[in-house]
Design a protein around this ligand. Sequence first.
Ligand SMILES: Cc1ncc(COP(=O)(O)O)c(C=O)c1O
Length: 395
Amino acid sequence: MKYKSVHTNAIHAGEKQAKFCDALTVPIFQTATYVFKNTRDIERFGRKELAHYEYGRYGNPTQRAAEEKLAAMEGGEDCLLFASGMAAIATTLLAFLSKGDHIILTDDSYKKTFQFCVHELPRFGIETTIVKMGHYDELIKAVRKNTKIILTESPTNPYLNIADFSKLARIKKKIGGDILLIIDSTFGTPFNQKPLKWRCDLVFHSATKYLAGHNDILAGAVIGAHHLIEKIRMFQGATGGIIAPHCAYLLLRGLKTFPTRMERQNQSALQIAAWLEKRKDVIEKVYYPGLKSHHDHELAKLQMKGFGGVISFVISRPLRRVKQFLNALKLCAIAPSLGGVETLITHPACVSYYAYSKKERQKLGIVDGLIRLSVGLEDPQDIIHDLKRGLDRII
Ligand SMILES: Cc1ncc(COP(=O)(O)O)c(C=O)c1O
């Protein structure tokens, strides 16, 4: 059953009314395989006359409930879950690409997606062209006869750039053929934006983030038309990056409160971003698509219902002082990841880009003063109080 409201879908979509032993919630089907009554049933299953689960790598009822719920929430026909966001991305790309193909990726994509496309895909004879985010003429010029996929993210990490879905869909239409337009909507979430409604073909999520929401599992998802998901499902059966039943259960549980959490994270982040913007004494610039000062604010307003829980800002102090700020915090935890109930803060120069030289970091726009804050569900005033404690330390 699908509903119009993301709140109702989050709780009821994908859940059959009659459950094992009349349980209210979907049980964890902790099983590797499924029993057939007799050989006749196996044969009927093989001829697709009998709906039945076969073996854990090809699906699980707990996983299926979470997939149907997420498909309904994203407004897609079908969904497939994976062991992590990266498993979703790598499996999907490999399912559609062959030797001699070409893909276009925007430059501020998640760094492991970037690594996979730029360093791993060439080993299989697949080329990637990187184009600057928001430079649509450059993107059009990059298209070749063998281009099969355009992949971008929105909002991006860490500057929260917004991809123009309508422009991208028009470019795809103009190119024609069977090119796929794929959006990694991890930062956007199905509460704040629906890329499929803008005629994008597939949506990726690192479900590790807002969807599961409790910083306790890794999971990934791809959502889109049945025939595309079915092709990826077949390929996943051969590559094996499946979600475990227990993780599927935790995701299902997290999804039920996701819209409510997201509403609050949107509100809190907007409030905190506005407060940070006032601290001109120590903050050079705040990046949050909900702020009028953000370069993509108008586009974000057009495409998004809320602006998410991630804020980036640049502290106008040298590296030593930036570390002092971080070390003075008591509530915000210094950790990578985002979207969960706990507020997390990262210093990209030290955490995600520690292996890069200062010159390489600067080329990627990762300046020493850059901080990324993922606003959790604590009282926003407590988060502000903690940030104030840190900032006051480095005045
Ligand atoms: C935008 C984006 N896509 C994909 C991923 C990969 O997800 P996972 O960590 O679940 O593999 C991440 C992880 O941070 C991400 O931020």
